[in-house]
Structures are given as structure tokens and as C-alpha cells.
Design a protein around this ligand. Structure first.
Ligand code: NI
Length: 227
């Protein structure tokens, strides 16, 4: 399942993040790649321990923490510190899978990658190509969102970024380990949460059925979540 998070960042936040990362020192994206990715990837990346990546990454994490849609859909347990990449004309990231386990260099931080996230940081009108193509059971999903919007997709999927034919694509990307490992259970909780939110709006939070359904949501979360 792919979930779009519209307006995760305001225009001002995108501008602030771009101000930080554009002034950073970019390196070949293959500095962090595994063998298979290194064959497929042609882009630039901010070093993951750089001051620019840390500062801009904190702004992204703050925005995620404010997003009920992000929390309800991902049920995050641990989030990898956001990384940043950019693709110029002719650059791309051919079909690949993301590593199951992600380690943060020089630390004992490690996560299982359940979900991958891309936060778009360039106006979609300002570049051609650079679409994120995600293969899922319904076929290939094409994703290219306005600056400040994010997409969450399964780390288990085959995916790629198509070649840039004009301009430059700038994005943040990272992974998270969900409290709920099983994608079907996570989706069921998300669907239930949305239905309960809608019912709460229609009937009010004191309605007996709303209270009981809210209890069922939390009881399922207790059954299925690691924390
Ligand atoms: Ni990937």
C-alpha cells in the first residue's frame, strides 16, 4: 500500500530545509550503497553524519511527529535519521530493493526497514522525469508529488527513480521500523482508525459505539504491536 502525506512540510519549511542542504557538501550517492544498489544508482547524497543532514533531518522528523496521518498509517517504532539525495539531468536509480536492515554508521542504531519514505523537496514543475516507480500487487505505481509532500511505500517492493531529463530532483529519503510488522495488520488498523475518526466526527466522542470501537482499535494494537 502506498500512502501520500500531502503538505507534510509548509512552503516555508521546504525553503528552510533547502537552504540548509543546498549549502551542504554533496558526495557520490554510492558512498552508502550496497553492491546491488551501487550498480543501479547514479545520484548525489549528503553524507549521513553531516551537520546539514542532521539539521535538515530534525526538521523532517518534527514534521512527521505533527502528522496524525503519518502516525496512523506507519505506526512508527523507530525512524532512520532522514537522508537527502538529488538527481541531475541523466541521473537515475534503476530498479532495486532496499536492504532489510539499516545500520547507522558509527553507532549501534539499527532498524528493520518495513517502510520507505520519500519527501519531495523540489517543485514538480521544475524538473522532468524523476518519477518514483513502485511495483506492488496492483502493478506499477508512479509517484511524483509537489514539494513538501511525502509518500510511504513498502520497503519490500521493487522500485526505481526514472532518469531526469530536465532540471534537478531533490528529496529526503529514509526508512522506518513499524510497531506492526505485518503489512495487512497495519493496513487493517489504518482502515479502522480512519473509520473511527469519521464516526467520531459524525457522532461525537461520547457516543457509546465510538468508545467501544476506539477500544477495539487499541486492543488490536496491543495484540499486534511491538514497542
Ligand atoms: Ni530504494
Amino acid at each position: 500500500m502506498l500512502i501520500a502525506i500531502p503538505d507534510l512540510l509548509s512552503d516555508a519549511e521546504v525553503g528552510e530545509i533547502r537552504g540548509i542542504i543546498d549549502a551542504g557538501e554533496w558526495i557520490d550517492g554510492n558512498a552508502t550503497s550496497g553492491h546491488q544498489s551501487a550498480l543501479a544508482k547514479r545520484n548525489e547524497q549528503l553524507p549521513e553524519d553531516s551537520d546539514a543532514a542532521n539539521r535538515a533531518g530534525r526538521l523532517i522528523l518534527d514534521a512527521l511527529n505533527r502528522s496524525p496521518l503519518f502516525f496512523a498509517s506507519a505506526l512508527p517504532l523507530r525512524i532512520f535519521p532522514p537522508l537527502f539525495n538529488r538527481y541531475g539531468e541523466g541521473q537515475e536509480f534503476d530498479t532495486h530493493v532496499d536492504n532489510a536492515i539499516r545500520l547507522r554508521r558509527g553507532s549501534d542504531f539499527r532498524i528493520r526497514s518495513d517502510l520507505s519514505i520519500t519527501v519531495f523537496l523540489e517543485s514538480a514543475e521544475d524538473y522532468d522525469g524523476g518519477e518514483l516507480l513502485v511495483e506492488d500487487h496492483y502493478g506499477v505505481q508512479r509517484v511524483k508529488l509537489p514539494a513538501g509532500h511525502a509518500v510511504i511505500y513498502p520497503s519490500s517492493s521493487l522500485h526505481r527513480v526514472t532518469p531526469i531529463t530536465r532540471g534537478r530532483r531533490v528529496a529526503s529519503f529514509f526508512w522506518l521500523q513499524s510497531m506492526v510488522r505485518d503489512a495487512e495488520k497495519r493496513r487493517t488498523l489504518f482502515d479502522l482508525d480512519r473509520a473511527v475518526q469519521r464516526l467520531t466526527g459524525d457522532l461525537g466522542g461520547k457516543d457509546r459505539s465510538v468508545i467501544e470501537l476506539t477500544g477495539i482499535y487499541h486492543n488490536l494494537l496491543r495484540l499486534w504491536a511491538d514497542s
